[in-house]
Write a new protein. Structure first.
Length: 227
């Protein structure tokens, strides 16, 4: 049953939060590429958001955009909003979205195209690339970074989360500024683990291999700590 809803947008420490939740023993999905596609595609008019009964947590988009629906579907779940100073966030998101990253899926297509002696473009848009484009347009209104629009959507999202989720149910974390176990564990009812809080992607993204919030993290099978 879903216990933690990550409401933070990409490049705010969502992967670090996901890793931290897994350290605590929670089954967590980061950047869900499967369970909300029908909604993003407009195929379901009145969707049922009880889609995470088999896991404990979900972080990053697209789930973060549906935090209210998920909070209603899982009334016992708590919400964690990861935030970042807006100018720092914009620099990170701009670099991240404009880098010509090569996903594992695209690498495979390029290899196959090379063996066949044809351009990779003959295979058309890859499913994962199509998904990323759809999510970016849904979240920010543009698939390419537009400074005013992106900042506006980012600030409005954060303000709306803080205005609509009850204070006792919401934790706001600035992981880049040092928030970690001391804030997260009391909120979730866990003892502070004897390991450093995870910090993923603290350096500038590498165009060759970093996909940040555009790549789903694996769900780890680990023992859950009692609360």
């Amino acid at each position: 049953m879903l216990r933690v809803i990550g409401a933070g947008l990409g490049r705010t420490g969502t992967r670090s939060l996901n890793s931290a939740l897994q350290v605590l023993g929670l089954r967590s999905i980061h950047f869900d590429i499967e369970r909300l596609n029908d909604i993003l595609e407009g195929a379901t008019i009145a969707p049922d958001f009880r889609r995470y009964d088999d896991i404990d947590a979900v972080t990053d988009v697209p789930a973060a955009i549906f935090y209210r629906e998920l909070a209603e579907a899982y009334p016992e779940a708590k919400v964690v909003l990861t935030v970042r100073e807006v100018e720092s966030w914009w620099r990170s998101i701009e670099l991240h979205f404009t880098n010509n990253r090569i996903t594992n899926e695209r690498r495979l297509v390029h290899r196959i195209a090379g063996k066949l002696g044809v351009p990779a473009s003959v295979f058309g848009e890859l499913p994962f690339d199509s998904f990323r484009r759809r999510v970016r347009h849904y979240v920010y209104g543009s698939t390419t970074p537009q400074e005013y629009l992106y900042k506006k959507r980012y600030l409005e999202h954060n303000a709306l989360v803080m205005a609509t989720i009850a204070p006792e149910r919401l934790l706001v974390m600035d992981i880049g500024a040092g928030d970690g176990w001391q804030k997260l564990c009391p909120f979730l009812g866990y003892d502070v683990p004897n390991v450093a809080f995870p910090h993923e992607h603290t350096s500038p993204p590498d165009a060759a291999n970093d996909q940040g919030s555009d790549q789903a993290a694996p769900v780890l099978q680990v023992a859950r700590n009692p609360t």
